[in-house]
Design a protein around this ligand. Structure first.
Ligand code: BES
Ligand code: MN
Ligand code: ZN
Length: 534
């Protein structure tokens, strides 16, 4: 029953589809180089320059640029009412003294108290400018880099901005116009710094992971369903292994194995679909495994489409539920990135894959299911399905003996009501929650800690089973979902990320993010793993 997946970059290529076209083989990240040459003399389609906002108006930031050129640009900025605000990007014809075809001025906002720009400011300025020059082949970025970390930030922002959803359009002209920049040169004094070089290489691995996550999340649900997702995971591991990653192993539990193993959450949610569920484990074991090495389980929600099931969702915006597997995609590609960077931590990703459909075999409200390990759940609302598949995944991860488990899921609409579209909720054991918050800050992803007070769990009490899957309490839906999951982790240190909002950009593009899938979570999780490795 595996349907054809023509043209889908990532998926079409990864599942070995016979109708793969040339555009399926686009490299997934731009080529990156560091250079200290005068950027005005470098041949490229675009030269990207930063503009800061100051009390006396816009200021061109360009120690690398000839002073008379800077002067000229500042006059021009005033004439054109350029302010230097973040996300303000202006394309200008390049003056004669510049070898590049166009000049792109990108807003940096105000300097911080130390006279520098925050890492996230640099990422966004670089990414917004790179998005603006989509359709051209090459760009030189001359943003201020005062440290190796600044080089890392510019590299990350630029590579993350060089992304386009591809493979689903047939209009070659439209494809070419939106194609991401292929080669990026970052102008910096740190070309000989080993740390800067390592940062650039890490940025490439990171961006590949984020892009691969976005590709999966952007893939429509007729093409990406549990079986093809499992194939895509195997293919992604094979690809990483071919690129030199060591220690990756994939195990796929199909519906027969899930039934036999008592995975009642994943099976229950998947039983209304003609396309059966899967649990995919992707384990990374470092070459030099040591006894005191961290061992971390990452559990991802992988609902390849969420109709709500019998408790069906309204049709308005239901098409967005193609993104309800963003957590599973993030844990898959974080684990692969950890292997590619040869981090000295053991990591296993658990992809809890099911399609939530209202078919003839679907769960009914009132059904009682048994999660792996024996706890029973009365399913009051079949649309609260994420917590059911995640409960199985958490139990499986804890059985495997990890010292920490972290789950990531597009779990509740309440997350967006509480924190908005750009900030995830982070919950769990104090130490893991705090570490995940700090990792997110460092990585340039936004999350905010939320309480899990016991009293909110009393509403989950069931007359017939150990608990219900939704609460009688209408308030604090994000925390109630977190409390539901907490019932399955025992005393294992645990973190929970609710990414319903930030996984998918329904608004306009900004910074290094386009519309639709953002790849949210990969950067936070990778930073967390790196911290545990240090
Ligand atoms: N996948 C949804 C949550 C979601 C909503 C993610 C919007 C992204 C955007 C989840 O399965 C769901 O339906 N949650 C319900 C839970 C409720 C029935 C307790 C919700 O939030 O409405
Ligand atoms: Mn749902
Ligand atoms: Zn869902």
């Amino acid at each position: 029953m595996v349907e054809a997946a023509p043209h889908v970059r990532g998926l079409g290529r990864l599942v070995g589809n016979p109708s793969v076209t040339k555009s399926d083989n686009i490299v997934s990240v731009a080529q990156l180089t560091l250079s200290s040459k005068n950027p005005t003399a470098t041949k490229a389609d675009a030269l990207i320059i930063g503009v800061a906002k100051t009390s006396d108006g816009a200021a061109i930031i360009g120690d690398q640029l000839p002073p008379e050129f800077v002067q000229q640009l500042e006059t021009l900025s005033t004439t054109l009412s350029i302010t230097g605000a973040p996300d303000e990007v202006r394309k200008l014809p390049a003056p004669e003294a510049v070898s590049a075809g166009v000049l792109v001025l990108t807003g940096l906002g105000e300097r911080d108290d130390e006279g520098a720009f925050k890492a996230e400011t640099l990422r966004r300025a670089a990414g917004a400018a790179i998005r603006e020059v989509a359709g051209s082949a090459s760009a030189v970025i001359a943003l201020p880099t005062l440290s190796d970390d600044d080089v890392a930030a510019v590299a990350e922002g630029a590579l993350l901005g060089a992304y386009a959803i591809s493979g689903l359009k047939s209009d070659e002209e439209a494809i070419a116009k939106a194609a991401p920049v292929e080669t990026i040169e970052i102008n910096t004094q740190f070309t000989r710094s080993q740390r800067a070089k390592a940062a650039a290489e890490r940025a490439e691995v990171l961006a590949e992971a984020v892009h691969a996550t976005r590709d999966l999340v952007n893939t429509p649900s007729n093409l990406l369903f549990p079986a093809t997702f499992a194939e895509a995971a195997k293919a992604a591991v094979k690809d990483a292994t071919a690129k030199g990653a060591k220690g990756l192993k994939v195990t796929v539990l199909d519906d027969r194995a899930l039934l036999a193993g008592g995975y009642g959450g994943i099976m229950g949610v998947g039983q209304g679909s003609a396309r059966p569920p899967r649990l995919v484990k992707v384990a990374y074991t470092p070459a030099k495994a040591s006894g005191d090495m961290a061992q971390i389980g990452l559990i991802g929600k992988g609902i390849t489409f969420d109709t709500g099931g019998i408790s069906i969702k309204p049709s308005a915006s239901m098409e967005q539920m193609t993104m309800d597997m963003a957590g599973a995609a993030a844990v898959l590609h974080t684990t692969i990135a950890a292997a590619r960077l040869a981090l000295p931590v053991a990591v296993t990703a658990y992809l809890c894959l099911a399609e939530n459909m209202p078919g003839g075999g679907a769960m009914r409200p009132g059904d009682v299911i048994t999660i792996r390990g024996g706890k029973t759940v009365e399913v009051i609302n079949t649309d609260a399905e994420g917590r059911l598949v995640m409960a199985d995944g958490l139990v499986a991860a804890i059985e495997d003996g990890h010292d920490t488990v972290i789950d990531i899921a597009t779990l509740t609409g309440a997350q967006m009501a509480a924190l908005g579209a750009r900030t995830a909720g982070v919950m769990g054991t104090d130490c893991v929650r705090t570490a995940l918050h700090e990792a997110a800050e460092a990585a340039g992803e936004s999350n905010w800690p939320m309480l899990l007070p016991d009293y909110l769990a009393t509403g989950l009490k069931s007359n017939v089973a150990d608990m219900m899957n939704v609460s009688n309490e209408r308030l604090a839906g994000m925390q109630v979902a977190g409390l539901f999951l907490s019932k399955f982790v025992g005393d294992t240190p645990w973190g929970h990320l609710d990414i319903a909002g930030p996984a998918w950009n329904t608004g306009s593009p900004y910074g290094y993010l386009g519309k639709a899938a953002t790849g949210y979570g990969v950067r936070t999780l990778l930073k967390y793993l790196e911290t545990r490795a240090a």
